[in-house]
Design a protein. Structure first.
Length: 350
C-alpha cells in the first residue's frame, strides 16, 4: 500500500472516477447537491466512531452535500426508526453502518423498493443489496494481529483475544482470521477467546478473570481500541502488569482502530501495535459513493486511484477495501508505520 494516500486532509475529488469500469449510468440522474443525503451514525460511545462523526460533515461540506444525520446508538430497532425518519425527510441516498449485519436486511429491502441507494460503511450486510460497501479488509486485521503477536512471542505462549460482537461481520472476520492464522502458523500459541459484544466493561471483567486463571498470559489482541484500550490498561495497571517492552512482566498487546490514544500508548510503551482503521477515509468515500449512486455512476471490481481495491464478496455486491496499515513504535516490523507518522489520521485529530 502507498503511504502517501493515508492522509485525512486530502482534498475530496468527487469528480474523479474511482475504479476500472466506472461510467455514468444511463439516464444520468440528479446531482447529490440537489437532494438531501441521510447518514446514520452507528454509535458515539467509542473514540473511533466519535472521530468518524467529526469527519462526516467535513467531507460532506467539501462535496456540497445536504446531510441529514441520526444516531442509532448500536440499536437495530433505532436504526430502523431512523431510516424511516430520513425517508420522511426526502433523502435521495443513505449511508448506514449497521452493527447487526444480519438484522438490517429488512430495512435494506425497504430502501431498495423505494429506490434509495445505500452505502454501508465499516460493515457488510449479511443479506440485502447496497450500492457499495466501504470498509477495510477485516480478515487482514486478524491476520496482522496474529502474525505480530506470533512473531513477538516467538511462537509460544498464551494470548487473550477481546472479540467484537460475533453478530457483526467485523467481529466474525477478525476472530476467524486470527484463530485460523494462529492454528496454521503458531500452533504453540494458545488463544483464549473472550466474547464482548464490543463492550469495554465486559472485556475488562473477562480479562480480569482470564489473568487470574492464567498468570502466565503473554499477549492480548483487542479487536477495537476505541472500546477496549482504556479498560484493558486499567486492568493491567491494577495488577502491576502495565510495564514497557523488555520488562519480563510485559504483556504484548496489539489493537485495532488507530485512535490517537492508541498511538500515544504505543509511544509510551503501554501497547505494542495497532492496525489503523481509516475513520477519515470511511467518511470520505462513503459520501463519495452515495453521491455517485445518486448521480447514476457504476463501478466494477478492480484497483482504485486511492490505494484500495474494489472486490465482489458475493454476486451483485461491491466492496471498496480501503488501506489499513499496521502501526508500531519504530515502524520496522513488516513494513509498519511509525506511531508518530503524520500521515496517520490518528495524528491529525485536533
Amino acid at each position: 500500500m502507498k503511504r502517501g494516500m493515508l492522509a485525512a486532509g486530502a482534498v475530496f475529488a468527487a469528480a474523479a472516477c474511482l475504479a476500472a469500469g466506472c461510467k455514468s449510468g444511463s439516464g444520468g440522474g440528479g446531482s447529490a447537491g440537489g437532494g438531501a443525503v441521510g447518514v446514520d451514525y452507528p454509535r458515539s460511545d467509542t473514540d473511533f466512531w466519535n472521530s468518524y462523526i467529526k469527519y462526516v460533515p467535513q467531507f460532506g461540506k467539501q462535496d456540497g452535500l445536504d446531510l441529514k444525520t441520526t444516531n442509532s446508538e448500536n440499536d437495530i430497532a433505532k436504526l430502523t426508526a431512523n431510516v424511516q425518519s430520513l425517508m420522511g425527510q426526502g433523502v435521495k441516498g443513505m449511508v448506514l453502518a449497521p452493527q447487526d449485519t444480519a438484522a438490517v436486511a429488512p430495512t435494506l429491502n425497504q430502501l431498495k423498493q423505494k429506490k434509495i441507494p445505500v452505502v454501508t460503511v465499516d460493515t457488510r450486510p449479511d443479506k440485502g443489496d447496497v450500492y457499495m460497501v466501504v470498509r477495510a479488509d477485516n480478515r487482514a486485521y486478524g491476520e496482522k494481529a496474529c502474525k505480530f503477536l506470533g512473531d513477538t512471542l516467538k511462537g509460544k505462549g498464551k494470548v487473550a483475544m477481546l472479540e467484537g460482537d460475533l453478530a457483526s461481520i467485523n467481529g466474525r472476520d477478525r476472530t476467524e482470521a486470527f484463530n485460523q492464522c494462529m492454528s496454521q502458523n503458531y500452533p504453540g500459541v494458545k488463544v483464549i477467546g473472550l466474547p464482548t459484544e464490543w463492550k469495554g466493561d465486559v472485556g475488562a471483567n473477562k480479562l480480569q478473570t482470564t489473568l487470574a486463571a492464567n498468570p502466565d498470559l503473554n499477549g492480548i489482541y483487542m479487536q477495537a481500541g476505541g472500546a477496549f484500550l482504556a479498560p484493558t490498561l486499567n486492568v493491567l495497571k491494577q495488577k502491576g502488569l502495565l510495564v514497557p517492552p523488555g520488562d519480563p512482566k510485559h504483556i504484548a498487546i496489539i489493537s485495532n482502530d488507530g485512535i490517537p490514544e492508541e498511538l500515544k500508548a504505543i509511544e509510551a510503551g503501554q501497547i505494542d501495535a495497532t492496525v489503523s482503521q481509516p475513520a477519515d477515509l470511511y467518511a470520505k468515500y462513503a459520501l463519495y459513493y452515495v453521491k455517485a449512486a445518486i448521480d447514476g455512476k457504476k463501478f466494477a471490481p478492480g484497483k482504485t486511484d486511492h490505494d484500495s481495491t474494489i472486490v465482489a464478496p458475493r454476486p451483485g455486491l461491491l466492496e471498496d477495501q480501503l488501506p489499513a496499515p499496521l502501526v508500531t513504535k519504530d515502524g520496522t516490523y513488516a513494513g509498519s508505520l511509525k506511531a508518530t507518522d503524520p500521515q496517520l489520521w490518528g495524528n491529525q485529530v485536533k
